[in-house]
Design a binder for this molecule. Sequence first.
Ligand code: ADP
Ligand code: MG
Length: 697
Amino acid sequence: MAESLPRFPLATKVTALRGVGPVYAEALEAAGIQTLKDLLWALPHRYVDRGSLQKIGELDFRPDPGDREIVTVLGTIQDLRQSTTRVQRMSLTEALITDGTGTLRLVWFNQPYVGKLFRAGDRVLVFGPLASGRHGLEMRGPAFELMGRGGDEDNLWVRRYLPLYRKLGPVMGRARQRMVQEALARAADPEEWLPAELARGVPGTLAALRLLHQPPDDSDPAELDAHATPAHQRLASEELFAFALGVTLRRAGRMARRGQAVPTTPELRERLKDYLPFRLTAAQRQAFREIVADLTSGRVMHRLLQGDVGSGKTLVAFLAMAMVAETGCQAALLVPTEVLARQHAATIQRLLKESAGGMVLLLGPMKTAEKRQALARIASGEASYIIGTHALFQEAVSFSRLQLVVVDEQHRFGVRQREALKQKGLDPHWLVMSATPIPRSLALALFGDLEQSVLDELPPGRQPITTRLLDPADAERAWELVRRELEAGHQAFVVSPAIDPQDEGKVPLRDIQAMEALLRALFPDFELAVVHGRLKADAMAERMEAFVAGRARILLATTVIEVGVDVANATVMVVDHAERFGLSQLHQLRGRVGRGEARSHFLMLSASDTERLRVLVETQDGFRIAQKDLELRGPGEFFGTRQAGLPQFQAADLVRDRQLLNLCREAADRAVQRGLSEPQTVWLKQEQARLKLAEIS
Ligand code: ADP
Ligand code: MG
């Protein structure tokens, strides 16, 4: 039937499908799905192998908690009940399901929305570990998939594999599957756009989509789960090649642009040397040489400065700024938080000594008069070192001769800022510093439109930081160490995880208030400053200042201190609930100590996840830790995808498909040199939004 209908190009709006009315269209759009292509690229996140489905009557409970297998059951809801537990006042949702062979009780605590999704008579697919409750077998907090209402037979179950999708608002279960089926039946196969070297041995686009949305019965379940089929490879190649083309084109575009060449003279270099409080490390010298070469080249610099925490990126950035400032132009340093902006301002002030008058700090919440003055000094050119947060990009800011922007922590800034400057007719040089080292191979592929400098050496005289992982039962040992350091005149950090109220009740967590009480009881003689994300900016600044100046001896903080705080007298850090942090994040935190001459200590308190945390005990190499972290958490979590402006790949995985990414990068280089084909241009245009092709790095 569908065969005789005209076929739709993939760029067709989903509303062209019969199953998509205004309500669904709106829900789909809210989830970023507008075209058939968007819909079809939203691949199943897993498959249920009908062979693994179990009958309720045949389930048996294994009392050994180490041996709990996840079971999958399909049943119809018979009874549904919503109540509140008497003892802890938790909301309780109970459902009874049957599949004709028996009944199974499902319970959810504190997830009242679950009850609202279901009605008696609904068919649900549930997955979870079995437990033995008062009423016999039950599943607590199972994952589920609503399969549809009413009793009509489900032809999807004619197939062995049932695809499961991430939720798109109300578009669930069968409605979603029907939509996808219709899209598959109606979509036209696009013209081949992959270069031959990538298209070899993989199915065509539409065939690949079909294979993944409706896997044939003879598919290998392990391959499907591992995303290791040729169909996955086709789609991953398409995503990565489009991504690589975007990066390559941007770089080519920039290389063709003329930039402002910064003049240098031997005198200028001598003057820069005068600012330096210490000898540069060889790596710092090399990185600065590379920056100078860029700045004087007549092209626009886009350089990524990578280096482990404590490798001295700030000093390199300062030198680049000074080079520009000393020739009468302006350099801006863009920082993610106010705390950090103030700190960088203080550092630069120190470096500039009597020339510090040329520096200005611009923050969002400044007093009007103060801000007006700052803006005036930027506009007149009186300020040549400009330090600030996002506030730097407000319309009110008018630069007189902006030539360089340094971005500390590249992940939170990107093209939007660049665009804001372009609106003002500015096309400055860019130096982005990454706070988290990125494994080299990945960085090359991801930030291929940025030149890279790497600081692979720490300044001399650093003592390795002693790192220990302690069971909370042994916390006393951590506090003893803290006491010793405090009594020796040093300062201490204590880090508490930021706790989402949703988490409470599930796992016993010590929040920052409880930690504060504990620290006050343990160390009554030492002043304590407490900072967290909900603090007002001036309170935050005041408390940080107290710690930086040494008045407060202990700083208790959530991860607001993660990036950049530089207090050389702090020699010990205790991280509570270390299991709640990513490895790179912990490494970053660790970099807050060990900045002075004295031996420093990093202590993690955790009762779980100790194998992962041990990586930090074993190595202090940030690049290795980042690699491990990436493997464990995946790139989305690692980069904080949203902030990074990285695309949400559907088929590709930046870690698993590293090799493919490199192939795509090489292919993209060749394709751009050759000139893009018509289908390539069309494809790229379609993918611009979904893959955020203009927004990377
Ligand atoms: P990061 O790369 O983590 O941003 P910073 O720029 O904050 O590192 O530098 C870490 C510390 O090392 C700072 O206290 C800084 O003053 C110091 N430092 C930087 N370069 C050198 C150097 N060449 N010799 C000695 N100390 C240095
Ligand atoms: Mg830094």
